[in-house]
Design a protein around this ligand. Structure first.
Ligand code: SAH
Length: 278
C-alpha cells in the first residue's frame, strides 16, 4: 500500500492528538477516495465510519480502532447526538479521530452539524471533502450533471427531511421551474409524491430520469425511466436505497456515455441527437 500510493512524508497534514478530521470517503469505489482522506486513514487512532463506507477503505487503517456509526434511512441507527458526543469524548481523551462519511461530509451528511459541535467544544477540526454520490455516482452511470447546451443548472435536493418524512421545506415548484437537472438524494421512498409535485409545476412526465443504486460499487444498478413512471418502475424493479435519482434532459446523454457498458464491449446504443439549445 505505502509503495502504491507514495505520499510525500513532508508537507502532508499531521493529525494531532485530540483533533477530529471529518472526511468524505466518496460514493463507494475506493479509488474515489482523496489523498487527504488516505493520509488521515494512515494516522488515525480511531475511525468513526458510516454505513455507506466500503470495507476496503477501512482496511487502509489497520492500526485504527473502527467504530461503526451506522446511519441508513429507515433502518435502526445510532442517534446523531450520540455520535457527535462520541467524537467529542474520543478527542478529549487525546485520540486522533477520523470521522469518515460516505460521499462528501458537507452534502446531506450532517458533517456541518458535527463540525459545529466540535468547534463549540474547542476541538481542532479539519474538513476533507469527498466526491458526492450526486456527481460521482451519476458519472459512473454516464450522466454528466451539467452539459453545455443541455443542462446549465443543477439542483441537489433531499427526498426526506430530518424526521424521515417527505421534506416540507423544499419548494418543488420552484425547483421544477428553475432547475434543468434535478438530483435527489434519499428519494426512493417519496418519489411518487415528489414526481407528482414536479409534474404539477409543469415538468413533462416523459422527461428522462434515471435511478442509480449503489453507484460506483460492484453492485451498481441503473434504471432508465421517466419522471412519470419513476415510482412504478422503481417498485417493479424492486430497487432499494442507497439510490441517487435524477431527472432532466441531460439524462439522455447516458445513451452515448455509458462508459462501463462501452468498456465491456457491449454494443453501443444508438446516439440520440440532443436538443442542444446552442
Ligand atoms: N454525504 C453523502 C450523502 C449522504 S445521504 C454524499 O455526499 O454522497 C445518503 C444518500 O446518499 C443515500 O440515500 C443516497 O441517496 C445517496 N448515496 C450515497 N452513496 C450512494 C451510492 N453509492 N449510490 C447511490 N446513492 C448513494
Amino acid at each position: 500500500m505505502s509503495n502504491m500510493f507514495p505520499l510525500p512524508s513532508a508537507n502532508w497534514p499531521v493529525m494531532s492528538p485530540g483533533s477530529v478530521w471529518l472526511a468524505g470517503a466518496g460514493p463507494g469505489d475506493p479509488g474515489l477516495l482523496t489523498l487527504h482522506a488516505l493520509n488521515a486513514l494512515r494516522q488515525a487512532d480511531v475511525v468513526v465510519y458510516d454505513a455507506l463506507v466500503q470495507r476496503q477503505i477501512l482496511e487502509w487503517a489497520p492500526q485504527a480502532e473502527l467504530v461503526y456509526a451506522g446511519k441508513r434511512g429507515g433502518k435502526p441507527s445510532a442517534c446523531q447526538a450520540d455520535i457527535t458526543q462520541r467524537l467529542v469524548d474520543l478527542a478529549q481523551r487525546g485520540k486522533r479521530v477520523l470521522r469518515l462519511k460516505g460521499g462528501d461530509p458537507f452534502v446531506f451528511g450532517r458533517g456541518g452539524e458535527e463540525a459545529q459541535v466540535l468547534v463549540a467544544a474547542g476541538i481542532p477540526i479539519r474538513i476533507i471533502p469527498g466526491i458526492t454520490a450526486g456527481i460521482g455516482g451519476l458519472a459512473y452511470a454516464g450522466i454528466p450533471v451539467t452539459h453545455r447546451g443541455v443542462n446549465q443548472s443543477v439542483t441537489f435536493v433531499t427526498g426526506h427531511d430530518a424526521t424521515g418524512e417527505a421534506p416540507t421545506q423544499v419548494d418543488w415548484a420552484a425547483i421544477a421551474q428553475g432547475s434543468q437537472m434535478i438530483v435527489i438524494y434519499m428519494g426512493v421512498k417519496y418519489i411518487g409524491k415528489i414526481a407528482a409535485q414536479l409534474i404539477a409545476a409543469g415538468r413533462n412526465p416523459e422527461e428522462p430520469a434515471a435511478v442509480v443504486v449503489s453507484a460506483t460499487t460492484a453492485q451498481q444498478q441503473v434504471l432508465d425511466t421517466t419522471l412519470g413512471r419513476m415510482e412504478a418502475d422503481i417498485a417493479a424493479a424492486g430497487l432499494e436505497p442507497p439510490a441517487i435519482l435524477c431527472i432532466g434532459e441531460g439524462v439522455r446523454l447516458r445513451e452515448g456515455l455509458n462508459w462501463q457498458a462501452l468498456a465491456l464491449g457491449l454494443a453501443p446504443v444508438q446516439h440520440q441527437a440532443m436538443a442542444a439549445a446552442g
